[in-house]
Ligand binder design. Structure first.
Ligand SMILES: Cc1cc2nc3c(=O)[nH]c(=O)nc-3n(C[C@H](O)[C@H](O)[C@H](O)COP(=O)(O)OP(=O)(O)OC[C@H]3O[C@@H](n4cnc5c(N)ncnc54)[C@H](O)[C@@H]3O)c2cc1C
Length: 415
């Protein structure tokens, strides 16, 4: 069977890899000149099971309201005319009850945990290197308020099987010596041993390279225009490089999946949630953290990728707008310099932003649509790196009509 995968990011490339392993002819189409050049380019690098509690939580409505009046914080919502954004936010608010948040946390953790197992098989099979660490992550809290809520959320994950260790500031500094000088600024944290870090872009590029060596065809610099449907089935994809015939099509175009699918009568609740990253050259390796983590009061993620410190923050609702300016990074740079003041030259940091393909409930969107041979692999949102290998394996299994390994009831494409 010839399967055309639309998108060469963290969702599309693992899907293509598994489909090719299953014996199919696979073509991946992307408008960029290489893999992982949009949202998968410079993300937080965290493989973070401990982040599985969804954004849509009982605390979220208060944070959203505050964000309407303040620009200097990690969540930014500008009141503007955008019916899709408001529709998405209404659905998001519906998911903010504690029972829905707990259920979504369980399904997100299930996929994230499965994905780490699948990633191990990918690494064993391909030998790819991507600055992978598996020594856990630290979720740090500066205030009583943040720690109480953070630990409450972590306990939900613990009840669903995640090992966590609630620690004080001294214990956090013992796990991560880079925190010793700032220990007094912290109240405590949660250590999640199963977590890790890795360069998502390098992983995707390397997996694309190995997949190409094994026969997957990558068509870069090729814009996808529409899916051609005949007799109720997807028969081809129209692109800037002409028509590509297909026996099956997988849409893995990140936030752009929703507008494309909508034209074919498939409605998924996906909205681009913009996030920012800074990549700081490390000049003092001796003060760099050895494991990654999050400053939860500032919603700032940090990780070390070789000789670079990667920092990410901010959830902003501005549609598909990918512009950024230095002031967008001021808040996160200040928060990072408060934790790691001497690690490197912050003035030389590379600035980047990307659009998380986010669903209101935080669950990925995977598998079949009402068109029998048209499939979806998207909705990784803020955990699309952590979930990517699992998402790819599941969608490949669905296309191959194999039984999937985990329950994906919460992740099905709406009929
Ligand atoms: C600031 C930030 C920090 C993050 N941190 C983390 C983290 O620490 N841990 C974690 O697990 N996740 C994290 N994420 C989330 C993760 O990066 C995303 O969920 C993931 O990259 C999404 O991958 P994707 O393949 O769905 O989308 P993309 O990477 O955007 O891939 C979609 C592809 O489709 C292509 N495409 C789109 N439209 C067309 C078209 N018309 N024609 C041709 N090609 C097209 C694009 O070129 C692109 O390559 C973060 C995200 C952001 C923004």
């Amino acid at each position: 069977m010839k399967v055309v995968v639309l998108g060469a990011g963290l969702a599309g490339v693992p899907t293509a890899y598994f489909l090719s392993k299953a014996g199919h002819e696979v073509v991946v189409v992307d408008r960029q000149p290489g893999a992982a050049l949009e949202t998968s380019f410079a993300n937080g690098s965290l493989l973070c099971l401990g982040h599985a509690y969804p954004w849509a939580s009982p605390a979220a409505p208060g944070v959203l309201v505050k964000s309407l009046t303040r620009r200097d914080q990690a969540l930014r919502l500008s009141p503007r005319f955008d019916p899709r954004m408001w529709g998405w936010l209404l659905k998001f608010l519906r998911e903010c009850t504690s029972s829905r948040a707990d259920r979504n946390a369980a399904s997100r953790l299930r996929l994230a945990t499965y994905s780490q197992e699948v990633m191990k098989t990918v690494v064993a099979d391909t030998g790819i290197k991507f600055f992978h660490t598996d020594k856990g992550l630290l979720y740090l809290y500066r205030t009583e308020h943040a720690m109480t809520e953070g630990v409450r959320q972590m306990r939900v994950l613990e009840r669903n099987g995640l090992e966590i260790k609630v620690i004080n500031a001294k214990e956090a500094a013992a796990i991560e010596p880079a925190l010793v000088p700032v220990r007094d600024k912290l109240l405590g944290g949660v250590y999640v041993p199963a977590d890790g870090t890795g360069d998502a872009r390098l992983f995707t590029e390397e997996l694309a390279r190995v997949s190409a060596e094994r026969g997957v065809k990558f068509m870069y610099n090729t814009t996808i225009e529409r899916i051609v449907c005949e007799n109720g089935r997807a028969s081809a994809v129209e692109t800037s490089a002409g028509k590509i015939q297909a026996d099956a099509v997988v849409v893995a175009m990140g936030s752009y999946s929703a507008p494309l699918l909508r034209r074919h009568g498939v409605h998924i609740d996906l909205f681009p949630v913009k996030g920012y990253s800074l990549t700081v050259p490390i000049t003092k390796a001796e003060v760099a953290p050895t494991i990654g983590g999050l400053d939860e009061d500032n919603l700032l993620a940090f990780s070390v990728l070789g000789n670079r410190l990667r920092l990410t923050a901010t959830a902003e609702f501005t549609g598909f707008d990918l512009r950024h300016k230095p002031s967008d990074f001021r808040y996160m740079s200040q928060a990072a310099q408060d934790l790691f003041p001497t690690i490197g030259d912050y003035s030389k940091a590379e600035m980047w932003c990307g659009l998380r393909p986010a669903t209101p409930d935080g669950n990925a969107v995977l598998g079949k649509t009402t068109t029998p041979n048209l499939y979806v692999c998207t909705g990784g949102g803020s955990m699309g790196w952590t979930m990517s290998c699992g998402m790819g394996k599941i969608v490949s299994d669905v296309v191959c009509q194999q039984e999937v390994d985990i329950d994906i009831a919460e992740m099905l494409v709406p009929a």
